[in-house]
Design a protein around this ligand. Structure first.
Ligand code: SF4
Ligand code: FES
Length: 369
């Protein structure tokens, strides 16, 4: 096999701890405990190894990365290693003082999540009373400090009608980009398909709104769009192709080809505690399992789109048909496609309460300064 190109991006899941309880959380059902998280010096070593491997962009994520008290130190170390740093945050846990410290440490970019465009919606979905108000305050500070901002709106049956307002808010906040991501059903979110699955009509309406807004806001706002894939005819090019452009490191140091890879239970994942990032990227069995196109069965193997979408999402194939090497059932050529569409309609028609990650209803506390 030819050597893979270096990854462009690394997602560092610094912690699974999070003040919010979002039902659409894509983190694993079993979360890493705080005492199993990599220590500051481990992460710093991993950042240096990532830069040496060729990684350009570091996404600091969680859980809520601000739950790590060493976040400023980690950002400074990542910048020293030459990485472009992006903080993916709910904003809860960030004070103005902390944001200014992150700025001083060299943080390049902030990606702020949006659970809804009203306090009622956002606090209900996040399971955190007062969270929306705090987030708007954090957005103001981000603007004052001058961080480049991306707004990240996760949309589903309950809040898709707020999409036009979410786009307006991104413009008002001075964001350069908004990620309009229809909920993906990985990890915890799988428990909430009956509560969150959008209807086919909602999915089509979202596509129309995004198409029009892209046209109207050309030069002002970039809109990245993840459509409702259960209602689509072709799957997404998940991770740009397995083991091709990015890698994830979990809070306890496992290196994954994608966020949900641990749901593919026959794969073996290596840890940064035992092996180098370069060795894992180039030779790790999990990374080579679905790299390129040689592993593909039919219909992907002879399909003209096989280097367009790489057969879709391995984790989705695993979750929906129990075989990670199967064609993603979102694809019209999959023998499971018709069944999936029927299931999507059934989920969209179902009534179910939200299943939160942790008990909802907590109130905002002032973050640590
Ligand atoms: Fe993509 Fe496979 Fe479907 Fe072709 S058959 S479009 S490669 S998922
Ligand atoms: Fe794992 Fe798509 S989430 S391959």
């Amino acid at each position: 096999m030819t050597q893979p190109k270096p990854p462009i991006a690394m997602l560092a899941e610094l912690t699974h701890r999070c003040p919010l309880s979002c039902p659409y959380c894509s983190n694993p059902v079993e979360m890493a405990r705080q005492d199993s998280e990599l220590a500051t010096q481990d992460w710093i070593r991993v950042f240096r190894e990532a830069a040496d491997l060729g990684v350009l962009q570091l996404h600091l994520s969680g859980g809520e990365p601000a739950s790590r008290r060493d976040l400023e130190e980690l950002v400074a170390a990542a910048r020293d290693a030459g990485l472009y740093t992006n903080l993916i945050t709910s904003g809860i846990g960030l004070s103005e003082r902390r944001l200014r410290a992150l700025d001083a440490a060299g943080l390049d970019h902030v990606q702020l999540s949006l659970q809804g465009t009203t306090p009622e919606m956002a606090d209900e979905i996040g399971g955190y009373t007062g969270g929306f108000k705090r987030k708007m305050q954090v957005a103001d500070w981000i603007g004052q400090i001058g961080f480049p901002l991306t707004l990240n709106a996760v949309l589903h049956r309950r809040n898709l009608h707020q999409l036009p307002r979410a786009i307006e808010m991104a413009v008002e906040m001075g964001a350069r980009r908004i990620e309009v991501a229809t909920v993906q059903f990985h990890g915890w979110a799988l428990k909430n398909r009956d509560a969150l699955m959008p209807t086919r009509e909602q999915a089509a309406e979202a596509t129309r709104i995004v198409t029009e807004a892209r046209q109207a806001l050309k030069g002002t706002l970039v809109i990245d769009y993840v459509p409702a894939d259960y209602h689509s005819d072709y799957p997404k090019r998940c991770m740009g192709g397995w083991g091709s452009t990015g890698l994830n490191v979990t809070p306890e140091g496992l290196v994954l080809p994608c966020h949900a890879a641990q749901t593919i239970t026959h794969l073996t994942f290596q840890s940064v505690r035992d092996a180098s990032l370069s060795g894992i990227w180039h030779d790790g069995p999990a990374f080579n399992a679905y790299r390129g196109t040689d592993w593909m069965p039919e219909p992907c193997a002879s399909c003209e789109r096989k280097t367009v979408d790489f057969g879709g999402c391995r984790c989705q194939a695993m979750a929906l048909v129990g075989d990670a090497s199967a064609t993603d059932p979102v694809c019209v050529k999959s023998p499971h496609h018709v069944d999936l569409q029927a299931r999507a309609e059934a989920h969209a028609a179902a009534e179910a309460p939200l299943v939160y990650r942790t008990a909802p209803g907590r109130r905002v506390e002032e973050p640590a300064q």
